[in-house]
Design a protein around this ligand. Sequence first.
Ligand SMILES: [Fe+2]
Ligand SMILES: [Fe+2]
Length: 169
Amino acid sequence: MVSDTIIRLMNEQITKEQYASQLYLSMSAWFYSQDLEGVANYFRVQSKEELMHADKMFDYINNVGGQVVLDEVAKPPHEFSGAQDIFEQALEHERLVTKSIFNIVKAANDEGDFATTSFLQWFINEQVEEESSASLLVTKIKMVKDNPSALYLFDQELAQRVFTPAAEN
Ligand SMILES: [Fe+2]
Ligand SMILES: [Fe+2]
């Protein structure tokens, strides 16, 4: 039902989701090192969400009779020039992931593989949300600039985020 090409692209996507998880965990670590625990929490939750994405794809490949083949996950950066730099990189990264998912959808469409396009619909919607929240945070961190009390409030706000696996379904 699902071609080898699509299985290969889905396997590559698993690696990309795992890398996104590593990247956000590294960003989280940077914020912990700056004592911005709320922002660190936000990225830690984000990191877990990315693993859930990889997990969903893992299940899909198995369900359609393919084999999951794991790859090396690249080392994420750990030096950042500041909070704004991180939020901009996160937004940039989400845009890359969106492109990558769109590529699989396009390939699946060309093959008339409706099972995969239907499965990936969830990811398309998810990317709309991811890009929207990443872009909102870029705007907010620009407003904060070097104002310590604004940064304190921003950190408090992001401390509220909790990981909810149910929201992933
Ligand atoms: Fe993802
Ligand atoms: Fe993401």
